[in-house]
Design a protein around this ligand. Structure first.
Ligand code: MRU
Length: 378
């Protein structure tokens, strides 16, 4: 393992966010230095940074970038700025709940901190120096919370990997969809963390990575990071996975999640539902791996999950070439919802949740507080 292991998906440099530009993989490993809000939003929208937990860690840090860029001269001006950034950054992608959650958590924690009021009312709060101290303190609080989100995610990934390995102890040939690995988190990944844990334990593992059209996160990103780690990976065309599963060639399926409703219905990269249906028909396990921060208890079921609709151009083109006739239209939902009834278990940092998920999710969130979950905060 070299490139994927030594180059973090995202990193705070001290005054900017360094990210791997995932649109350039696997052809080249290019780093982007994000130091203004427009670049941060652009990176999110064009999937230079992507994957629900990574979006959360990145979005939280982007608030600090936004504060540094605007340099508000008072706490009131900083509050107004954050009110704007809450939406500008938090709404940049609608389905991955971690983005909205992390932006809200970071702003709310910083603005509620008692130190801030201390700084703002210190000595002479109306003076320029009092205002500067307040804004400096706000920046320190935002950064502390944002870095904590990334660190917590890394710990969650490690625990998901440990539990995922246990759940998949009997499985060797395992299918996955999209990329739920180190490129999608601030740690070793969610679904892919189980593969890393199996490999580290010396267990045999052969991964079938669905290519995940139209942006090919499976073919480009999952294959890149697993191959880099020395894990046996084969890219499978999206349309081929169901017949491999039906033919008995797959032991289990594990995927990540972008938003899990209170009843366990799970939004993930479009095409996930087809894997779940095939797995149920073949009688093999279909597992979702996600941190509790991806659970949105404010949404009762999958019907309430907003599905991001992306540009038809992503369907029309691949590798810069037009694939479709000029007169053809395209539909491009980025995610689909797998109903809870098709999910064998949800592997989280708070344990392996079993059906009925309404109960097991509520219990996991209660235990995960106050470390932070999306429950009831969205
Ligand atoms: O559109 P993307 O690439 O951001 O979609 C990502 C996924 O669907 C992942 O499976 C999900 O975010 C889980 S990442 C640990």
């Amino acid at each position: 393992m070299d490139a994927a292991a030594i180059t973090p998906t995202l990193r705070w440099t001290g005054d900017s966010i360094e990210i791997i530009d995932q649109t350039r993989l696997p052809a080249e490993l290019v780093l982007l230095d994000v130091r203004d809000v427009a670049s941060a939003v652009d990176a999110i929208e064009r999937l230079a940074i992507r994957g629900a937990p990574a979006l959360g860690a990145f979005g939280a840090l982007a608030l600090v970038v936004g504060l540094d860029e605007a340099q508000p001269d008072s706490l009131d001006a900083a509050r107004e700025l954050l009110a704007r950034l809450r939406h500008e950054i938090g709404d940049a992608r609608p389905t991955a709940v971690n983005l909205r959650w992390a932006v809200d958590r970071t702003i709310d924690a910083a603005l509620a901190a008692p130190e801030l009021f201390g700084a703002g009312t210190n000595v002479d709060s109306d003076s320029d120096s009092g205002n500067a101290r307040s804004v400096d303190e706000l920046r320190r609080l935002l950064l502390e919370e944002a870095l904590a989100i990334g660190a917590e995610d890394a710990r969650a990934c490690a625990e998901i990997g440990r539990l995922g390995r246990e759940v998949l102890a009997e499985a060797t040939v395992i299918a996955t969809h999209c990329n739920a690995g180190r490129l999608a988190t601030a740690g070793t990944g969610t679904a892919l963390a189980a593969f890393y844990a199996k490999a580290a334990a010396g267990e045999p593992v052969r991964v079938l990575a669905a290519e995940s059209r139209p942006l090919l996160q499976g073919a480009r990103l999952t294959a890149w990071e697993l191959a880099d780690a020395g894990i046996d990976v084969s890219v499978v065309p999206d349309g081929a996975m169901a017949s491999l599963i039906a033919g008995g060639e797959v032991d289990a399926v594990i995927v990540g999640a972008d938003r899990i409703a209170a009843n366990g219905d799970t939004a993930n990269k479009v095409g996930t539902l087809a894997h779940a249906l095939a797995a149920a028909d073949a009688g093999i396990g279909f597992y979702v791996a996600a941190p509790t921060t991806t659970i949105d208890a404010a949404v009762p079921s999958g019907d309430g999950i907003v599905i991001e609709q992306r540009s038809p151009d992503e369907v029309h083109h691949a590798g810069g070439q037009r694939l479709t006739p000029e007169d053809a239209k395209a539909v491009n939902p980025a995610f689909d919802v797998t109903p809870a009834r098709l999910i064998t278990a949800i592997i989280t940092d708070a344990g392996v949740l079993q059906p009925p998920y309404g109960e097991s999710i509520a219990q996991a969130l209660a235990e995960a507080e106050p470390a932070g979950s999306a429950a009831g905060r969205c």
